[in-house]
Design a binder for this molecule. Structure first.
Ligand code: AHR
Length: 509
């Protein structure tokens, strides 16, 4: 039995929005404080309080966009508490996340500075749940207006003369739950009122995102979409977390059985079905596809690391997480005609993080490596590709390869392919994941006959035991490695070890 990936570079599809590779940062546990912001007086090397090691690691990913300040925190955040002299900033209780006291030392100026240091777009979630329309409107004015209104003068007095560029704003977060327990019709009306007063100042054009559904809540999508149109919103959000167990007993991040692994993978893959169903509802109300879908929270969610604060959502990250990330990103690439952004939760020290920190130490998780391997997809064009299994004896083509475990059946191979043009040369990025824990997979990459591979190909591989993770004592235990190979002709074979992710960069002509 042969597994073949057929690729036709002539069949280019949607552009993969770089923002699909976005991240999420919330005032939750040690994400902002410790993880990103340590203050200027810290012994940890920093630039204006931002950890140098973390900023550098995120720059290396070409991080396109960062969402802030939450999450549930967004709907109890009052932006005025986070501006002006730090010693005067209001101290509040972070009621969602461990009841810690938030000193607001990281506010709007600090977040915008962080985005400038990383080189990414800010994506700001405005408080609809416990805020006011005036407060939301004035935050937009504070950030984006020029001139000498009282509010812009205040920004200048606080050290920022020029307005910031701000494209993405979300209006509320999970307003069906922590953001106000609203019904969809009530939220839709509130949303319309809020968005009306979030103005475009000067050349700044806002891209407004309405709070969309959680997972399979198709009714929310239907009710929301029947009440808004593209004049109100450029996109709606979707949140979907991969939880191996149930919300009471989610399961351990590191100590899990094969059954829990395959359950996790099946649940991760379920996002494709969810996306398709929400998109088909959206199609009914928005047949011209003027409103995008943004998966602005996704990732694995386990029981917290033993001994850590349950409200801080700190978890380890293994090869299982790397496979989950690879599957999601391939699915998002394949739906890039409608998905304009995705933000994995969260960037540092929370849930499926890229980065973990402990005092002065910092490590990159296996999920980080997946984002590093996939970054060439950002802004490239999706290429049509198909997996087939061919029976060697008969030559007959049958369905794609499947892994079976007890009553679970999942595709063995996940893939996506994109293309860019560099100096008149076509560069393919092919990303593959083998979901089997036991079997390697030999994949024949078959270019359309018109094309052939031309010269050097870079093949990066991330694999290991599914439980492998990076620790502060062994920070590079799981790491992708790349090799250069000479590829010619229109067929090439790669062997994917069990539980692996592979990224190929190759020229074709
Ligand atoms: O990412 C953690 C939390 O998950 C967010 O605050 C909330 O939006 C979601 O329920």
């Amino acid at each position: 039995m042969k597994t073949i990936l057929q690729i036709n570079p002539d069949k280019t599809l949607s552009r993969i929005a770089p923002e699909i590779y976005g991240q999420f940062s919330e005032h939750l546990g040690r994400c902002i404080y410790d993880g990103i912001y340590v203050g200027e007086d810290s012994e940890i090397p920093n630039v204006n309080g931002m950890r140098k090691d973390v900023v550098e690691a995120l720059r290396d990913l070409n991080l396109p966009v960062l969402r802030w300040p939450g999450g549930c925190f967004a709907d109890e955040y009052h932006w005025r508490d986070g501006i002006g002299p730090k010693e005067k900033r209001r101290r509040m209780v972070n009621t969602n996340w461990g009841g810690t006291v938030e000193d607001n030392s990281f506010g709007t100026h600090e977040f915008m500075e962080l985005c400038e240091q990383i080189g990414c777009e800010p994506y700001i979630a405005v408080n609809l749940g416990s805020g006011t329309v005036q407060e939301a409107a004035e935050w937009i004015e504070y950030m984006t207006a020029d001139g000498d209104s009282t509010i812009t003068k205040q920004r200048k007095e606080n050290g920022r003369t020029k307005p910031w560029h701000l494209k993405y704003i979300g209006i509320g977060n999970e307003n069906w739950g922590c953001g106000g327990s609203m019904s969809p019709d009530f939220y839709a009306n509130e949303y319309k009122r809020y968005q009306c007063f979030c103005k475009n100042y000067g050349k700044n054009q806002l891209y407004k995102v309405a709070c969309g559904p959680s997972a399979e809540d198709y009714n929310w999508t239907k009710e929301l979409m029947s009440r808004i149109d593209h004049c109100h919103a450029s996109g709606i959000s979707l949140h979907y977390y991969t939880v191996p167990g149930d919300w009471e007993h989610k399961g351990s991040a590191t100590d899990f059985s094969d059954l829990e692994y395959y359950t996790t993978i099946a649940k991760a893959l379920h996002i494709e079905d969810i996306i398709q169903k929400h998109l088909s509802i959206m199609d009914k109300y928005d047949p011209n596809h003027d409103i995008d879908l943004l998966v602005d929270e996704w990732g694995t969610w386990y029981d917290v690391e033993p001994g850590t604060n349950p409200g801080f959502l700190y978890q380890q990250n293994t090869m299982r997480d790397a496979i989950v990330a690879a599957l999601h990103l391939n699915i998002f690439n394949k739906h890039s005609d409608r998905i304009a952004m995705a933000n994995i939760a969260q960037v540092v020290n929370v849930l499926q993080a890229m980065i973990l920190t402990e005092d002065t130490k910092m490590l990159k998780t296996p999920t980080y490596d997946v984002f590093q391997m996939y970054k060439e997809h950002q802004g490239a064009r999706l290429v049509e590709s198909h997996i087939i299994s061919s029976c060697c004896d008969s030559g007959a083509n049958i369905n794609e390869p499947v892994v079976r475990y007890q009553d679970i059946a999942i595709p063995a191979l996940s893939e996506s392919v994109s293309i860019t043009e560099q100096n008149d040369q076509k560069l393919l990025t092919i990303t593959l994941a083998n979901t089997s824990l036991t079997d390697s997979l030999c994949v024949e990459l078959e270019l359309h006959m018109k094309y052939s591979f031309t010269g050097e190909a870079s093949v990066a591989m991330l694999h290991g035991d599914v439980h492998d993770c990076n620790t502060f004592d062994d920070p590079d235990r799981v790491r992708a490695f790349a090799s250069e190979e000479e590829w010619n002709g229109n067929i090439q074979t790669v062997t994917l070890p069990a539980c692996s992710i592979c990224r190929i960069l190759c020229h074709v002509s």
